[in-house]
Structures are given as structure tokens and as C-alpha cells.
Design a protein around this ligand. Structure first.
Ligand code: ZN
Length: 267
């Protein structure tokens, strides 16, 4: 669960990419859209009242939503066309090229299963690893955490994908505005991850607007499980404190390919 802070160079590169993205793509798009809404709004006002009033007030929340959607569009363009902004590696890596996973569907939203398989498929494609669906389980996060007790045996069980109620979630991510977390469990005294947990906070994960959808959240956590750390760019899935992309971008893919190559999963 330990995350690595990005280095100074990575941080600067990420910040530069973020600023560039906002200035070049997001800001003009947002201003154009805002102007259009104001003009249309003014037109509608005139139709209704016969007078031109330019003081059209837009509610704040839809503005934020529109901004996020436009930012996503800008980010997607930048992510597909821009240079790689790098990646950070964690100390722990997944051991091997096959990752079995099981899903506990308690408290899961509808259609969660297809989102989970989609995220696994994308992670497999980017790493060359095999993510194997081992079905639905009643196993809980507690069964995994007990393996971390001193002297307990760590076994190679499938990675558990689970949805936690807020109080349980906050035992792990207290005080942070997180939608999910990944718990990597390496063999004792080694950096080889042999199992782990991906836990999504059941209440908030789907109330969020924009691109922070379940597959992207899960991709972020799969990134941690295979050995990817955070980076500073919001245009990468591994970006923190938040990302604006709906799937792995340049830097993410470079990091995942690196891990796959190094482990011999990508020939
Ligand atoms: Zn993270």
C-alpha cells in the first residue's frame, strides 16, 4: 500500500504537461462553450421578455460538470497526441505473468462486473500479463488483512476486488478523499507481490461526475498491484491527487509495458 512520491523531475514534467493541457486545450474550449451558453441564454431571455439581458447566471454545479467534461476531452487529445510524461515504479511488483482475481459483489453497483472485467482486460493488454477471472467470492478484505499479521502465512490467493462500506473503507484510507485503494501483499521479506486487494468505496464511487468512472478507478488500482506508483500528471490514470482521463494514457502505458517487459510477460 506504500505509494512512492514522484521525483522532482517527474513532478516538473507532470506540472508542465498539466499547465500546457489547460492553456492549450481546456481553457479555450471552456471559454468558447461558456460564451455560447451565455449568448444562447441571452437569446432565450430576449425571446421571452423582449429585452436583451446579458446577465445570464449559470448555476455553479453544472459549470463544474461542463468544465470537467471539457477537461476530459482536452486531456484525451493531449494523452493521445502528447509526449510521454513518465511513470513511477513502486518497490513491490507483481510476481509472474498471471494474476488470478476474484470479485466480491456485496454492495457492488449494478454492472460492476463488466466494468471490473474491462479494467482487467485493459491492464492485461498493457502489461502482457494474464488477468484470469476466477469468479465471484464471499471472501472479504479481512481474510487478506489477517495474512499481514506477524507470523501469519502469506498464500498465493487471487487478488480480491471488493466494495467496502464507508466505515470499513476508512479503516484503510482514513481522512483521505479516496474512491478506492490497492493493498499489495508481497512474500515476507521480499518485494514480490503474490496477492492483494482492490477495494472501492461503495457509497461515493459512482456519485462522482466525469471521467472518474469505475474502470478508470480500477485501472489505477491494478497499476499499483502490478507495481506502478503515482505520478504528478492529471492526464495519466496514475496521476494524483486526481486524474482526468478515462483510461491508461501514454505514461501509464509506458510504465505498464516496462513492468511487463522486465518480468518477461511481453516478448
Ligand atoms: Zn493510487
Amino acid at each position: 500500500m506504500a505509494f512512492h512520491a514522484p521525483g522532482a523531475a517527474g513532478l516538473l514534467a507532470g506540472m508542465a504537461a498539466s499547465v500546457l493541457g489547460i492553456v492549450v486545450l481546456v481553457l479555450p474550449a471552456f471559454l468558447v462553450f461558456y460564451a455560447a451558453v451565455v449568448l444562447i441564454g441571452a437569446g432565450l431571455t430576449r425571446l421571452r421578455t423582449g429585452t436583451l439581458r446579458l446577465h445570464v447566471r449559470l448555476p455553479w454545479k453544472p459549470m463544474v460538470a461542463v468544465g470537467l467534461v471539457l477537461a476530459t476531452g482536452g486531456a484525451a487529445v493531449l494523452a493521445s497526441a502528447g509526449p510521454a510524461v513518465g511513470y513511477q515504479l513502486m518497490a513491490d511488483r507483481w510476481a509472474g505473468c498471471t494474476i488470478p482475481y476474484v470479485v466480491n459483489l456485496d454492495r457492488a453497483p449494478r454492472n460492476a462486473l463488466s466494468a471490473i472485467h474491462e479494467a482487467a482486460r485493459r491492464t492485461a493488454a498493457a502489461t502482457g500479463m494474464r488477468l484470469v477471472d476466477d469468479g465471484v467470492t464471499a471472501t472479504t478484505v479481512v481474510d487478506y488483512v489477517t495474512m499481514l499479521k506477524p507470523g501469519a502465512r502469506i498464500t498465493q490467493r487471487p487478488v480480491l476486488v471488493t466494495f467496502l462500506p464507508v466505515p470499513t473503507f476508512q479503516l484503510f484510507e482514513r481522512g483521505k478523499d479516496a474512491a478506492a485503494f490497492a493493498l499489495s501483499i508481497p512474500e515476507r521479506g521480499s518485494t514480490k507481490t503474490v496477492t492483494g486487494v482492490i477495494a472501492v468505496e461503495a457509497r461515493t464511487s459512482f456519485a462522482r461526475v466525469g471521467p472518474l468512472t469505475l474502470p478508470a478507478i480500477l485501472e489505477h488500482e491494478w497499476g499499483h498491484i502490478v507495481g506502478l506508483g503515482h505520478n504528478a500528471s492529471p492526464f495519466e490514470v496514475m496521476g494524483t491527487p486526481m486524474h482526468l482521463v478515462s483510461g491508461f494514457a501514454h505514461g501509464d502505458r509506458a510504465g505498464l509495458a516496462h513492468l511487463g517487459h522486465e518480468a518477461g510477460c511481453i516478448p
